[in-house]
Write a protein that binds this ligand. Structure first.
Ligand code: MV4
Length: 448
């Protein structure tokens, strides 16, 4: 099977650089697209070619499918990598790309659509033997049915939007007398936010960890997993720090979950990269959602498995075989990622502006994925993440020591960043002990 001749990268910032790097190593020229606010951005400078696709607003540029497809046509690109965010989980865009005779580097439009609806995602996983949170059997269409589900599974319960994710359209009912309110609020929010008021109900888990499994599949039924990431350290559904592996899991638990998931995805005919999200509490996994994109936190998996996930995405999209099996995947050491954002480390207000000083840390086991440079002006229009600092070491305590050392070296001046908050987290006894749930960080930053 051949390889792509030119790849258009429909994204910006560090992930556009990340995809360019994989392309360069594969010998594939790249096309950058950019808004008028990103003319001086690093992803434009480092690409082989670039095309301006619109004004600053993402809606008119990075989400402008017609402009992106035109850019691919005029430059002769034969594949599009969407990165994360923007159009990465847009099934219609994936279809449009293929309808134009190009390859979408990601899962099929059908699988993106299936997983985009949390109800159909859960139904698919249930049929494949993947454990779920107890809850309604699919959509709940009226309040009486919602009450019946609540009585059957026991309170507290969560009413969740089928089109949800990122915490929107989700409401807790602690007892039967709160169901009517939760029902109304969740449905209204779902309709407003997603234009789809379909909801389902789950038992509310009160102190879970958020553990996700990275998978990769080729077009020939070969499916492997690259282990788990613990993403419990988040604030308002924004992840701040991720680890691979999870401090809460054993290698046996990882193997068992991985075996069920990979067998299931093989049956489903899934291909390319995906991530299954689980809640983990009291020794039990419960599937909640699947992401059909490369994720922000993929580097911790890359470090532990010594794999280039973007290279694998490109290879399998081009029709190449994985060329290895699960037995070839090894988990070596521990990796931690800190997401550095242009935000006030106390108030979390965005802090766009000019970066006067940028000095990235280095040394053994240190990786910095960032599109910043001294003199760059962080625009106010996009996501505030400006750098990912990733460390890898033989053990978790050594990874913590390495991250503290690297955070000490990292200098970003001119704008406020969350670097000081990361330095505090790395000293917190609960973090060092690996003893945290999805709720720990909210309380920690509240007590700043
Ligand atoms: C849950 C839950 C507790 N029980 N489902 C939040 C976003 C969405 N992706 C799923 N979410 C949750 N679903 C049940 N049955 C708690 C959360 C949740 C959460 C999950 C993962 C990471 C951070 C979170 C923060 C708050 C709530």
């Amino acid at each position: 099977m051949g390889m792509f001749h030119k790849i258009l990268i429909a994204n910006r910032g560090e992930i556009a650089l990340r995809v360019q790097r994989a392309c360069r190593e594969l010998g594939i020229p790249t096309v950058a697209v950019h808004s008028t606010a990103d003319t001086d951005a690093m992803h434009v400078r480092l690409a082989d070619e670039s095309v301006c696709i619109g004004p600053p607003s993402a809606r008119d540029s990075y989400l402008n499918t017609a402009a992106i497809l035109s850019a691919a046509a005029v430059t002769g690109a034969d594949a599009i990598h969407p990165g994360y965010g923007f159009l990465s989980e847009n099934a219609r865009f994936a279809e449009m790309v293929e309808a134009h005779g190009l390859t979408f580097i990601g899962p099929s439009a059908a699988h993106i659509r299936m997983m985009g609806d949390k109800i159909s995602a859960k139904a698919a996983m249930a049929s494949l033997g993947v454990p779920l949170v107890p809850g309604s059997d699919g959509e709940v269409t009226d309040l009486d049915e919602a009450r019946a589900v609540g009585d059957r599974i026991g309170y507290p319960v969560l009413v969740k939007a089928a089109a949800g994710g990122g915490g929107r359209g989700m409401k807790v009912a602690h007892a039967a007398d709160e169901m009517e309110d939760a029902w109304t609020v969740a449905r209204t929010e779902a309709r407003t936010a997603f234009g789809n008021d379909s909801v389902y109900i789950e038992k509310y888990l009160d102190r879970p960890r958020h553990i996700e499994l990275q998978v990769m599949a080729d077009a020939y039924g070969n499916v492997v997993h690259f282990g788990e990431r613990d993403c419990s350290l988040q604030r308002r559904h924004q992840k701040l720090l991720e680890e691979a592996g999870s401090p809460a899991l054993t290698a046996v638990q990882r193997d068992e979950l991985g075996a069920v998931v990979t067998a299931g995805l093989r049956k489903l005919g899934f291909r390319n990269a995906g991530t299954l999200e689980f809640l983990y509490q009291d020794g039990q996994f419960a599937f909640i959602e699947m992401n059909t994109r490369l994720q922000v936190e993929h580097p911790v998996t890359e470090m532990v498995c010594d794999v280039d996930l973007v290279r694998e995405q490109i290879r399998v999209a081009a029709g190449q075989e994985l060329g290895y099996t699960q037995a070839d995947v090894r988990f070596r050491g521990h990796a931690i990622e800190c997401r550095v954002t242009a935000e006030d480390p106390v108030t979390f207000m965005p802090t766009p502006g000019r970066v006067d000083v940028f000095h990235a840390p280095g040394g053994l086991g240190v990786r910095v994925d960032s599109a910043l440079y001294a003199g760059y002006v962080v625009p106010p229009y996009y996501d505030s993440m400006v750098a990912k600092l990733i460390v890898h070491a033989p053990t978790r305590p050594e990874a913590i020591a390495r991250m503290r050392r690297a955070l000490g070296e990292f200098a970003i001046q001119g704008i406020k960043t969350t670097l000081p908050l990361h330095r505090r987290i790395l000293e917190a006894p609960e973090f060092v002990a690996g003893d945290y749930t999805i709720h720990w960080l909210e309380r920690f930053v509240g007590s700043a």
